[in-house]
Design a protein around this ligand. Sequence first.
Ligand SMILES: Cc1cc2nc3c(=O)[nH]c(=O)nc-3n(C[C@H](O)[C@H](O)[C@H](O)COP(=O)(O)OP(=O)(O)OC[C@H]3O[C@@H](n4cnc5c(N)ncnc54)[C@H](O)[C@@H]3O)c2cc1C
Ligand SMILES: *[C@@H]1O[C@H](CO)[C@@H](O)[C@H](O)[C@H]1NC(C)=O
Ligand SMILES: *[C@@H]1O[C@H](CO)[C@@H](O)[C@H](O)[C@H]1NC(C)=O
Ligand SMILES: *[C@@H]1O[C@H](CO)[C@@H](O)[C@H](O)[C@H]1NC(C)=O
Ligand SMILES: *[C@@H]1O[C@H](CO)[C@@H](O)[C@H](O)[C@H]1NC(C)=O
Ligand SMILES: *[C@@H]1O[C@H](CO)[C@@H](O)[C@H](O)[C@H]1NC(C)=O
Ligand SMILES: *[C@@H]1O[C@H](CO)[C@@H](O)[C@H](O)[C@H]1NC(C)=O
Ligand SMILES: *[C@@H]1O[C@H](CO)[C@@H](O)[C@H](O)[C@H]1NC(C)=O
Ligand SMILES: *[C@@H]1O[C@H](CO)[C@@H](O)[C@H](O)[C@H]1NC(C)=O
Ligand SMILES: *[C@@H]1O[C@H](CO)[C@@H](O)[C@H](O)[C@H]1NC(C)=O
Ligand SMILES: *[C@@H]1O[C@H](CO)[C@@H](O)[C@H](O)[C@H]1NC(C)=O
Length: 496
Amino acid sequence: MSPFSLQLAGSLLPLVAIASGVSLCANQTSLCQQVDCQLPGRVSYSGSSAYISSQSNYYTGNERDLEPGCVFRPTKTSDVSHFVKLVAASNSTSTPEFAFRCGGHSFFAGAANIDGGVTVDLRSLDLFELSADQKTASVGGGSIWSENVYPNLEPHNLTVAGGRITGVGVGGFVTGGGLNFLERRNGFACDNIYGYEVVLGTGEVVYASADSNRDLWLALKGGSNNFGIVTRFDLVTHSQGLMLGGSIDFNVTQTVLDDHAKAFSSWMDVQNFDPLAVMEVNFVWDDGAWSLADAIYYLAPDLNPSVYEEFFSIPNQIENNLALKNVTAIVEESAELVPSTVSRAIQMNYSFKNGNASIYSQLFQTFVDAVDSISDVEGLVLDFLMQPHPVTNGTNSLGLSPNVTDRVLVDIGAAYNNAADDDTIDAAVQGIFDHHVQILQDAGLFLNFTYLNYAGANQDPIGTYGDLATLQGVSKKYDPHGIFQTAVPGLFKLFT
Ligand SMILES: Cc1cc2nc3c(=O)[nH]c(=O)nc-3n(C[C@H](O)[C@H](O)[C@H](O)COP(=O)(O)OP(=O)(O)OC[C@H]3O[C@@H](n4cnc5c(N)ncnc54)[C@H](O)[C@@H]3O)c2cc1C
Ligand SMILES: *[C@@H]1O[C@H](CO)[C@@H](O)[C@H](O)[C@H]1NC(C)=O
Ligand SMILES: *[C@@H]1O[C@H](CO)[C@@H](O)[C@H](O)[C@H]1NC(C)=O
Ligand SMILES: *[C@@H]1O[C@H](CO)[C@@H](O)[C@H](O)[C@H]1NC(C)=O
Ligand SMILES: *[C@@H]1O[C@H](CO)[C@@H](O)[C@H](O)[C@H]1NC(C)=O
Ligand SMILES: *[C@@H]1O[C@H](CO)[C@@H](O)[C@H](O)[C@H]1NC(C)=O
Ligand SMILES: *[C@@H]1O[C@H](CO)[C@@H](O)[C@H](O)[C@H]1NC(C)=O
Ligand SMILES: *[C@@H]1O[C@H](CO)[C@@H](O)[C@H](O)[C@H]1NC(C)=O
Ligand SMILES: *[C@@H]1O[C@H](CO)[C@@H](O)[C@H](O)[C@H]1NC(C)=O
Ligand SMILES: *[C@@H]1O[C@H](CO)[C@@H](O)[C@H](O)[C@H]1NC(C)=O
Ligand SMILES: *[C@@H]1O[C@H](CO)[C@@H](O)[C@H](O)[C@H]1NC(C)=O
């Protein structure tokens, strides 16, 4: 008898057909009812506070607008396993579909929420445990970096490769790659995972690490939600005391743009590589005005790292709040650089090899020109976000060469008020994207790599990793019935 039948036998529920090791309650036709029957108290419906807590917590209105039939909030790994078994068992009677969420910070509708099905809200899986040797931090698959990861590490002068803005979840961030403060020295967040506890499509719980289920371990490093639900991440810790962090805001003029084109090109030059330095240039049209802010981070307690000299000397600075801070404080401050939540949003991204200043000037100019045609869209915030690629060690599924330091990643993001403007904005962002890609292709600098966590619904990031066949093989091996391909429609799938 399966543990589930044992557990349920005592609850005097009418049980029927035993399938895939799980008994179904009789007379419960929907997946929501079935889960509610078997895991009482964990399922909430429209209007209840647990349902609203999930719905209201997504970053974009695109996700908030979907209405799941119910929200299931597991508190332990076995709840997640039980749930997936129910999904598998229910297949014969209906087409159950579900989505699962962590921090809810992915942009587009359906990535981590679903209309009519079950949304699994993982946020109660918020374990934090530091190993005795302090080399590993084990965190639950529903953890939020700023809430239950950084604050627990800081007292030990430790940190991990994680999110840089409050509210971002561990689950989506790490399975999609993860741009982080340590990335130029330690790579993507996914490069810094010793192991994953995963609930597979069969409901089986397995551990994936360098030594066990290695193929799954690699697939999860960039393969997103395609292989299972990660219920625990074992993260590599790094010592970290105070670091330099903050931003410099500029009054935008042509000179400021030209100076940034020069300074960024030179900052990205392999000769100037400094593994402790990471930065972002945020060039933004914000509801009627231009702004430009450089977010600057340096992993040592150094107020004046020479790698930033050229940026520090650009004139027209309005505000500079660079100081030595702890990671928690920097993450909280960085939240001020972006809206805390947005009504409608899309984004697209691309990567390229560093070029000369003229390349960057062309990218800026094209962006400025494009805003002219959409500047009257209500609430428009259009962001050109430019940052270096993490320097990966290559042990992941992203298909990027190890130790390469001169790669740049651009994210073009748009936020605005009304769904009625969706088509206009889609076209404008696509237009900027196409134009930029053209400039970079002409210069021989374009890289065919799409960062999944900044990818648009119409993009195919996993296709750009270069080895889809391997990931498809891992999916067939660990998820033979394709639960995470068919029953979980959200985000980027492996089979089309
Ligand atoms: C304000 C803001 C700041 C950001 N900052 C950064 C940044 O600094 N660096 C960066 O790289 N990206 C950043 N991003 C992008 C971010 O990494 C992605 O949106 C990421 O998906 C967010 O993870 P989440 O858990 O919050 O997302 P969710 O929307 O909850 O989930 C995203 C996807 O991951 C899957 N997923 C969630 N949990 C799990 C799990 N436990 N196991 C398996 N799959 C899971 C979900 O099914 C879903 O498909 C930022 C986004 C925003 C809005
Ligand atoms: C379950 O059965 C009861 C009667 O035994 C019936 O009243 C009820 O409508 C049924 N519920 C569902 C969801 O079928
Ligand atoms: C981090 O910095 C903030 C702001 O300076 C401070 O309030 C907090 O106590 C610091 N946290 C730790 C663990 O040192
Ligand atoms: C953390 O670093 C600070 C500053 O170097 C030091 O005073 C403190 O004792 C350290 N804490 C631990 C737990 O090592
Ligand atoms: C990359 O880092 C991970 C995590 O520390 C490690 O397991 C892996 O062996 C490293 N790969 C290489 C090529 O060093
Ligand atoms: C920004 O530049 C404009 C035009 O040069 C100038 O009028 C304005 O005073 C500047 N604002 C600040 C805060 O420096
Ligand atoms: C990458 O750099 C590390 C550290 O310098 C080195 O140990 C490793 O061999 C390099 N890997 C490759 C593939 O060049
Ligand atoms: C800048 O790079 C482009 C493309 O690589 C090249 O065509 C152009 O001549 C370069 N410009 C300068 C000023 O070096
Ligand atoms: C990121 O870029 C790739 C192509 O470069 C694209 O397919 C994908 O949709 C983009 N992501 C977003 C969010 O736009
Ligand atoms: C990027 O690579 C994918 C997969 O190899 C391919 O389908 C696509 O056409 C490429 N795109 C460009 C712009 O080269
Ligand atoms: C569900 O049933 C359909 C039709 O019988 C089948 O094609 C599909 O593979 C099944 N899916 C799962 C997850 O078992």
